[in-house]
Design a binder for this molecule. Sequence first.
Ligand code: SF4
Ligand code: SF4
Length: 336
Amino acid sequence: MKSVHLVKNLLTRNHPLHAQWFITRKCNYRCKSCNVWKTQDSNEIDIIKVKEGLDELRKLGVVDLTFTGGNPLLREDIDEILKYASKYFVTTIYDNGSMAYKKIDALKYADYVAISLDTLDKNKQNYLSGIEDSFEQKKKSIKELVKNRIPVAISSTISSLTCYDVIRMIERYGKFFSFNISLFQEDPEETQFKIGEKVRELETKDKKKMAKTFERLIQLKKSGYNILLPEKVLKIVKNYFEKDERSWECKALDNFLTIDHLGNVSGCHLKKPVTNVSELRKFWYSDKAGRIREENRKCKGCMYLCYIDYSLPFRLHTETVYAGVKSILREFTLIK
Ligand code: SF4
Ligand code: SF4
């Protein structure tokens, strides 16, 4: 039962709360900042193995699960995966906007659907996505999700090319939609999933501009605009751009973990696999896992905002808690 699972695991320690599953390496977009579409792989573990992996995550105590890719909605069995996952986890799924409006029935199982959108400038968005009508597709998906009362989070990446666009979008729509912010990574040490791509025009080398962007995000957050990241993360990043100081300790393979499309588990998507999801619990409490955790704490390999967020002590998105409470009420048929 989801309610029992959530309450029990929120009250206990010594297990990860968050998992990100890159469930497919297939994608129908050609985003400038991404390497996935250039190195697609049609191999992926089948539904039986996915369910085994989900059972393993459940038994380990994960409460907050995100499906990403590639585009997870390109998996033909995504309905079954979402249905199974949503029985226990607060479940979020990413879409580039091309599929959600066609998959509404499957998405009714998700707690959140994150649609990527970096700007309201149609031409710029199409350029960034590498697809001619991506802006229209994204708009259509968002509308259809809203119409079907499925919670949407707009997922926006801040880069030197989009920072003002993201701010403008939040100023305009941040009271109606939740915004999930990412930061374009200059030069991530990509050793495992090979997702990021070096793109000079997106680089965030202008540190003053970035500090100003994060200062504005902090103001917007304080004024009640719906930015999913906590103020603390926004301050950490602003501080980083102002003083070149990393003031957090990474909790990869401790508070959170990632899984690739073949079921390989890593602390984060930049680190080498350490085990397979079907054997996760056995590995989790081993000495080797403890040593890797220690190494990760000292790592300075990236600035992914979600990983900073997950690294803060006992951090759950307000949205996760809200979705959890909703599930509990639903189970007790207090709401439909
Ligand atoms: S960023 Fe996402 S949507 Fe764009 S190519 Fe990469 S996997 Fe596909
Ligand atoms: S800082 Fe953490 S999330 Fe980033 S590469 Fe290092 S271990 Fe991974």
